[in-house]
Design a protein around this ligand. Structure first.
Ligand SMILES: [Fe+2]
Length: 161
């Protein structure tokens, strides 16, 4: 928004599309939650690819007007970037975010919604996992839940800090 300053008409179109999409996804989720997570997983996967291409173009100097462009203030605040962050740092942060969304949604799409526990209820894997893996397979999710439970019991044993 800060970079492109879209017109009011364009913003209204986006808002309208979001209104339609939100309700369609909500209704679909009621009957097919796994399909929704898979769909969003693919969307996020595509976002990771798009940002990867953008980063490559920036690094290879193909977008000279953005090469030394400072990061917008709102992006610095949101991703807690250093005050002198550049636009490329924002791209890295956004891509990292998108890979988390990809990971979480593909993982949830792999679960049995009737019996399985949400593996991210207590904690989330770090970026070394989320950045390299598309998502947890069902067995990996179950193992992660198990580990979280063990961690919880260990903390409980220690008592209040
Ligand atoms: Fe996302």
């Amino acid at each position: 928004m800060t970079l492109r300053r879209p017109s009011l008409f364009f913003r209204a179109l986006v808002l309208g599309a979001q209104g339609v999409f939100y309700n369609m996804l909500f209704l679909t989720y009621m009957v097919a939650p796994k399909a929704c997570h898979r769909f969003v997983g693919y969307l996020e996967e595509e976002a990771v690819l798009t940002y990867t291409r953008c980063i490559k173009d920036l690094e290879e100097g193909r977008i000279p007007e953005w090469t030394n462009e400072p990061a917008p203030e709102i992006a610095i605040d949101y991703w807690r970037l250093p005050a002198d962050a550049k636009l490329i740092d924002v791209m890295y942060a956004v891509r990292s975010d998108e890979s988390t969304h990809r990971f979480v949604n593909h993982s949830l799409a792999n679960l049995n919604t009737k019996t399985d526990v949400n593996p991210f209820a207590f904690r989330e894997p770090d970026m070394h996992v989320k950045g390299k893996k598309i998502g947890f397979e069902r067995e990996e999710a179950a193992k992660y839940v198990e580990e979280s439970h063990d961690l919880y019991l260990q903390e409980k044993e220690k008592g209040p800090a």
